[in-house]
Design a protein around this ligand. Structure first.
Ligand SMILES: Nc1ncnc2c1ncn2[C@@H]1O[C@H](COP(=O)(O)OP(=O)(O)OP(=O)(O)O)[C@@H](O)[C@H]1O
Ligand SMILES: [Mg+2]
Length: 539
């Protein structure tokens, strides 16, 4: 049975006789679910059927101009009316004509003038069938759409899981690799420092040290992808970072590329490691340059993206700042696009690309709590958008880490490191620089030393160490028992111990492994200079 409310019938009557309208209206009188619209111009049937959203068309068979058969043909030809049921009204009770009518697509045939009850029943029957068909088609389309959405989200999940697994593996390898580099680099530096080496040996040491540095860059990229690079996030305005890069961008892109910069005024701030952001943008610009061998335009855009913007995924909450690097280069085919973020995926010839640029960008943005979107089409260029969470605070003035050449001091340093080879080379390096050095293999031994009353000006400690006491607990002991001492951490990667969601507390002093003698001595001197007056030292 047809429910009056949910299945309203919209009847379109086409007849050259205006009398027909009165008759049909009379037949349908009292049918509150049926609306009737009459027209005499049969040529306009498609337009009218769409206008009244007809659920059934009643049409006279014999008319001047377009007749009943023509009306059926017109309706069936149009996408929006091809399935609208048609009831032919005819004065001829002729089997031949009836058969022809059904063959040409009529749904029903009534001889004029039918009984009102029969007419109403047939109108309802055909309308109901038509509406049911429409609902089925709509359900089918929506089912197909949700199946496509499901497939897309499954493939996104699969991709994310793959990246996560590669990330875990990469992070582990890079961590161990950093310790190995630290041992090699530390001992090479020590060799140089201790003297007594010939010029040619010194040259070889320098070559070996350059190799260590290359290894360190590689492992820094791997850590970045694994979201484990120690980030020193501060509040910055990306506009300032981009402006500082202007000159460098022009040099990277060369004279053949046009650079367009579009930075929104009053750009919001974000909390991010500025030097890493710089690095990421530089990598994106290099990719753009490589994609625009014959010249083109590089657009650097920065804009505020308020909460709820369609640019952001549904998961994103809050306001974001967007930095986009877009080029008009060769673009990427689908197969490259899908794998572009994977570490070591490159289409460049050997020696020209390591395939770490985009993977590093991906890891950095994720670790910084942001989103990265990559869009590209062959021949239509590439756009990489980075979304970083808006920060409520104002940018801080960055503290200048002035790099100074190797120099030491007379203070006392406690080195806490579980890897013996790393510890030994560091201790010897610091001793060679003139410092008095204590060493401890873990946090518990370090505390024992502190408790014994040794005078210590600076504690240089690894972050991840075995043992009951964590490096964080050690830092508490240092704070309470050696209030005037400085604390410098070192790590192969940022673990949860010091980091909040992968970001280091701005107050934490961290030296990334592998470090070289220059950087270590400069950081130590810098911290010792900041030391509070030693009023409460425990002797
Ligand atoms: N802007 C771009 N236009 C076209 N293709 C690009 C673009 N950026 C990246 N690609 C493609 O993605 C691949 C991976 O990029 P990614 O930056 O990770 O590595 P790479 O540039 O090959 O090497 P590396 O950055 O380590 O020197 C590239 O080899 C290239 O095929
Ligand atoms: Mg690259």
């Amino acid at each position: 049975m047809i429910d009056d409310k949910s299945y309203p019938c919209s009847v379109l009557l086409i007849d050259d006789e205006p009398f027909a309208e009165d008759f049909i209206a009379h037949c349908l009188e009292g049918c509150s679910d049926v609306a009737l619209r009459y027209a005499s111009q049969s040529e306009r049937v498609v337009e009218l059927a769409i206008e009244v959203d007809a659920t059934v068309v009643l049409v006279d068979l014999r008319m001047p101009g377009a007749d009943g058969f023509d009306v059926i043909r017109l309706l069936r030809q149009h996408r929006d009316t091809e399935h609208v049921p048609v009831i032919l009204l005819s004065s001829e009770e002729d089997a031949e004509i009836k058969a022809r009518a059904f063959a040409s697509g009529a749904n029903d045939y009534l001889v004029k003038w039918p009984d009102g009850r029969e007419l109403a029943a047939r109108v309802r029957y055909h309308s109901g069938a038509y509406i049911a068909r429409k609902q089925r088609d709509e359900a089918f389309v929506s089912l197909r759409r949700s199946q496509e959405e499901l497939a897309a989200s499954q493939s996104a999940l699969h991709q994310a899981q793959k990246m996560e697994a590669i990330g875990q593996l990469t992070g582990g390898v890079a961590h161990d690799f950093n310790n190995v580099l630290q041992i090699i680099g530390g001992n090479l530096q020590l060799l140089k420092l201790l003297g007594g080496v010939s010029d040619s040996a010194r040259t070889r040491i320098d070559i070996a040290l350059a190799g260590v540095e290359r290894g360190a860059r590689l492992s820094a990229h791997l850590l970045a992808f694994a979201r484990r690079q120690p980030l020193q996030a501060v509040v910055v305005n990306p506009a300032a970072v981009l402006r500082d890069m202007d000159e460098m961008m022009r040099r990277v892109l060369g004279p053949r590329a046009v650079i367009v910069t579009d930075i929104e005024e009053q750009l919001w701030s974000t909390t991010v490691d500025p030097s890493q952001l710089n690095n990421v943008i530089l990598n994106l610009a290099i990719n753009a340059r490589d994609a625009m061998a014959d010249g083109g335009t590089l657009t650097i855009r920065a804009a505020n993206v308020p909460v709820g913007s369609p640019m952001l995924s549904e998961l994103a909450s809050g306001d974001y700042v967007m930095v986009e690097v877009a080029d008009t280069g060769c673009g990427m085919p689908q197969a490259v696009l899908q794998r572009a973020f994977e570490p070591f995926f490159t289409t460049k010839p050997t020696g020209q690309g390591t395939g770490l640029g985009l993977s590093m960008a991906y890891g950095f943005v994720k670790q910084s709590g942001g989103e990265i979107q990559l869009k590209s089409e062959p021949g239509a260029g590439t756009s990489v958008k980075i979304f970083l969470q808006r920060s409520a605070s104002e940018p801080e003035d960055a503290e200048d880490h002035v790099q100074t050449p190797l120099f030491g001091g007379l203070e006392t340093i406690l080195v806490v490191e579980d890897e013996e080879d790393v510890r030994t080379s560091t201790v010897e390096l610091l001793s060679a620089l003139g410092y008095q050095v204590f060493e401890a293999e873990d946090a518990a031994h370090a505390v024992e030393l502190i408790d014994s009353g040794a005078r210590i000006d600076l504690v240089f400690s690894d972050v991840i160490m075995p043992g009951k006491l964590s490096s964080l607990e050690l830092s508490e002991v240092v704070r309470t028992k050696l209030p005037s001492a400085q604390l410098l951490f070192t790590s192969g990667y940022a673990e949860g111990v010091l980091a909040h969601e992968g970001k280091l507390d701005a107050k934490v002093n961290l030296l990334q492994k592998p470090y070289n003698a220059d950087v270590l001595s400069a950081r130590i001197r810098h911290l010792l200079r900041r030391r509070k007056p030693a009023a409460v030292t425990s002797h």
